[in-house]
Design a binder for this molecule. Sequence first.
Ligand code: GTP
Ligand code: MG
Length: 136
Amino acid sequence: SQRTLVLLKPDAVRRGLIGEILGRIESKAGWTIAALELRTLDRATLETHYGEHEGKPFYEPLMQFMSSGPSAVVVVEGERVIEGVRALAGPTDPIAAAPGSIRGDFGTIVRENLIHASDSEESAERELKIFFPNFS
Ligand code: GTP
Ligand code: MG
């Protein structure tokens, strides 16, 4: 099976949606929460995590938003969780995301789109190390 790194972003935590979102993930057959922590992400961690977006116009506002309060940092384990959590989340723009998806049901703003999930096996491996360096 796979592991993926999920962040419930500060908007999701502020709005009291941790239970709702994790409930959808936990409800999938065989998927489990392997690690879970509430954490306000610092600049250094976010720069490493979002390095691919450095220099883009949305980068600085994204950094500000992502450090504006606690996120739930989560490891999800199970069959095809990398592709699967991305599917539950929906596309980056919540207005383009179908109802029934997490972003489609709860989001309106591209930046404040509630959830991050690793987008490939390589990303998952990289991101798990960033957020849980001692986790094997
Ligand atoms: P993550 O799971 O957070 O990585 O989202 P993603 O993979 O769906 O999107 P991507 O990695 O391309 O962008 C990272 C985050 O930057 C997004 O989730 C948004 O919060 C934000 N973002 C991406 N593109 C835009 C944009 O065009 N405008 C704004 N304002 N924010 C953006
Ligand atoms: Mg991404």
